[in-house]
Design a protein around this ligand. Structure first.
Ligand code: ADP
Ligand code: ZN
Ligand code: ZN
Length: 723
């Protein structure tokens, strides 16, 4: 007998190995096999009684690593789809998606980790030790919880240690698989919109996609939780996917207080052991709820009964390097393989999902009212043409900030540009300090006393002199978050301003600490980028100022307006979430622009309808499917030669066989040079996904076999989100 095995090597093929007669090898198990001079871990994809190679030369499997398969049939078929849809080597999905230790051949066994519970006879800690008291009450409510989960809930090592030393909490044994999940009663009854949405969801059995469009604060999370309740009660597992930064301690605690069961949480900040355990607990069935970011979509769950994907429009679901999958699309495939339903939630659905809903492929449910409090505020447009600006802010806007601060409320100032200023220029001749490897402006970071390239990360000391004319009159141009925060701090010293962007939260845990301080009301004035826009709930926030989104109106990226609208709605949704009404101000040079007028005057849905019409007229996604081939090389002649040959190859050998597949564009990348390499794009498009997939499979094979393509670095991106 022979096994077909996927190995973690960059080759687009499987490998045959002989099965020793005394080995009970099953599909979905890991094995160890000789490969060249090394031993590699592989996954058994199929078992067969013959091989197409010379049987005498086929090597034997060396060791069997799993007795029971680590992937079941549904998972294997989802992974097989992933490989064939994204045209990648099998090892990329079957091996490289495993947690590190399993990938290296470690046994599929849980590593020991502390699990804590309240001791039976223990008395309550004193009310003065409020952190200890909080942990005590939390553990009483949730029952035995792993240490790593407690840390993610926002409890510190110190507090855990203190309670353990006082013998108030103790280590608990690993809980057995328990399929019946106790549910805490919700705090309130659902409102009519929620009842309607939930009953529609509950009538679905089998595979179905639900697009739940609900304004921020409409109570989507509550609907998710009540939909989960039935599924968990039936003994099935639930997978919840959230964007990169969506999972705050509050969100996690909300699920833990409602459902008494083991929960696996997976995201990029786990260490290898934590990920190993979280993955295995889901795969074994100990965890009944799995919450995670993008890659959690591929965590096995033997009894999967429901998938929830929150903020479905979020760009972080698309991986931007290596295996460039979109977790939303994979999740839908997975739900179909598992024959379960999937809920896509968002206040601002993507055009892709809206079109699918309009075409009847998804069930479209809407919730238009906020569950509590006030309706989300309509942004006000402030025309900043010809207005004097201070740190980018108009006079009237500064007054509005003062007004809200005086009422002891919080204000969020949003600017999607970090650093002190986006450029340093020569006052005499107009020379701009640029990164030589990218031909792009350096951003000035005053605190670091550096100029930094936001494209490749290169940095340098700020130039003292102009490289063109030698003048020492170097001035900063434009405003970034650093400068904005500096200015606001000196203008409103009482407000204890806090800046949140990628630079200010580099340290692990810094973001959590800052968010917690904001929650506690330690800061009245918040300055930040995207990072502050999503998911957070700041009850005392009543004013949001959006400094500038104008560049989206005239961008070369056809998705820029869609993304701008999503961002604006998300940012606006931060204001007035509790009992005080909110106000949102958008500064712009183009208050009359039809996109802004439609969004502000008629709302997100109307703007999306307008954008859909435009996309249809210009034959753009989601009305066409795209595959992007990126090519880069240090030598521009070699690159251009490769492009020419690829075009010829496509025209002569591929397009003739695959109807309707066209080379939509062949052009230099928007950022033509990055980190010393010239970059080029080829966009292939088709009306039918399957046809495009078949043509691209052919193209990839040809590129792999042709010498000309070896001179450049190329990669393939199916359904690209960015150029
Ligand atoms: P979303 O996920 O749509 O932004 P949430 O589910 O977080 O909304 O709900 C927003 C707020 O409203 C939360 O504080 C939540 O506890 C509350 N809430 C949700 N449903 C109800 C309800 N039926 N009655 C009262 N409050 C509710
Ligand atoms: Zn100069
Ligand atoms: Zn650079």
């Amino acid at each position: 007998m022979f096994a077909q095995i996927a190995l973690g090597v960059p080759l687009r093929r499987l490998f045959d190995y002989k099965i020793p007669t005394h080995f009970n090898v099953k599909v979905g198990c890991r094995v160890e096999v000789p490969f060249g001079r090394q031993l590699l871990v592989g996954l058994v994809i199929a078992i067969k009684d013959h091989t197409d190679f010379d049987a005498a030369k086929v090597k034997e499997i060396k060791r069997l690593l799993d007795i029971t398969p680590i992937y079941n049939q549904q998972m294997l078929s989802t992974l097989a789809w992933l490989q064939s849809y994204y045209l990648c080597p099998p090892g990329e999905v079957f091996i490289n998606l495993l947690p590190k230790k399993l990938k290296e051949g470690a046994p599929a066994e849980l590593l020991s980790e502390p699990i804590w519970q309240v001791k039976e006879s223990a008395s309550e800690p004193s009310a003065r030790a409020f952190k200890q008291l909080a942990l005590y009450h939390f553990l009483k409510k949730t029952g035995a919880t792993t240490q790593s989960l407690l840390l993610q809930d926002g409890f510190s090592h110190t507090v855990i240690k203190q309670l353990a030393e006082k013998k108030i909490i103790e280590e608990a044994p690993l809980p057995p698989i328990c399929k019946s999940v106790a549910v805490e009663r919700p705090e309130y009854s659902l409102n009519p919109e929620q009842i309607e949405a939930l009953s529609q969801i509950n009538t679905l059995s089998q595979f179905a996609v639900v697009l739940l469009e609900g304004v921020t604060g409409s109570g989507k999370t509550e609907v998710y939780m009540q939909a989960m309740q039935d599924v968990l009660a039936r003994g099935e597992q639930v997978l919840i996917l959230v964007p990169e930064i969506g999972l705050t301690p509050q969100t996690l605690q909300r699920f833990q207080s409602r459902f008494k069961c083991q929960i696996s949480v997976l995201h990029s900040e786990l260490n290898d052991s934590e990920r190993h355990n979280a993955w295995l607990k889901a795969a074994i069935g100990i965890s009944r709820i799995i919450i995670g970011t993008r890659s959690a979509v591929m965590v096995p769950a033997p009894d999967l009964g429901l998938i929830i994907l929150d903020e479905e429009h979020d760009a972080s679901y698309k991986q931007q390097d290596g295996l460039r999958y979109n977790a939303r699309d994979v999740a839908i495939k997975r739900a179909s393989a598992e024959a379960c339903k999937i809920i896509l939630g968002s206040a601002t659905p993507s055009l892709e999902s809206l079109l699918n809903a309009k075409q009847g492929k998804y069930l479209h449910l809407q919730m238009k009212k906020r569950a509590q409090a006030h309706p989300p505020p309509m942004p006000q447009l402030i025309d900043i043409k010809h207005q004097p600006l201070q740190a980018g802010l108009a006079y009237g806007v500064v007054q509005a900030i003062e007004h809200h601060l005086n009422k002891k409320q919080q204000v969020l100032v949003f600017l999607n540009r970090r650093g002190f200023s986006p450029a340093l220029i020569c006052h005499e001749c107009g020379w701009v300090a640029e990164c030589k490897r990218c031909d792009k402006h350096f951003t000035y970071h005053k605190n670091l006393q550096q100029v930094v390239c936001h494209h490749c990360g290169a940095f340098d000391r700020p130039p003292a002199q102009c490289a063109e004319c030698g003048s020492s009159q170097i001035v900063d141009w434009g405003v970034g978050t650093e400068q904005l925060a500096d200015w606001l701090e000196s203008r409103f010293p009482e407000a204890n301003a806090i800046r949140i962007d990628r630079d200010s939260v580099r340290r692990k845990g810094a973001l959590e600490n800052k968010l917690a301080a904001i929650q506690k009301g330690e800061h009245q004035l918040l300055i930040g980028t995207q990072m502050l826009a999503k998911g957070h709930h700041f009850p005392n926030l009543t004013l949001t100022v959006v400094v500038n989104l104008d560049s989206a109106l005239y961008s070369t990226d056809f998705r820029a307006v869609e993304k701008m609208a999503q961002l604006l709605v998300q940012v606006a949704g931060r204001a007035g979430r509790a009992d005080k009404p909110g106000q949102v101000i958008l500064q712009t040079h183009f208050p009359e622009h039809p996109y802004l007028q439609t969004l502000i005057g008629k709302g997100y849905s109307e703007l999306q309808d307008l954008l859909l019409t435009e996309r249809q007229a210009s034959l753009l996604p989601p009305y066409r499917f795209w595959c992007l081939v990126r090519m880069e090389c240090q030598h521009s002649e070699k690159l251009l030669a490769c492009i020419e040959q690829t075009e010829a190859l496509f025209n002569q050998q591929i397009s003739v066989h695959y109807q309707g597949v066209e080379l939509f564009a062949s052009m230099p990348a928007p950022q033509e040079k990055r980190a010393g390499r010239f970059r080029y794009l080829m966009i292939f498009s088709a009306k039918q996904r399957s046809m495009l997939n078949a043509a691209m499979r052919q193209l990839v094979l040809s590129l792999e076999q042709n010498k000309f393509a070896q001179a450049v670095r190329w990669s393939i991106d199916i359904d690209p989100q960015e150029l």
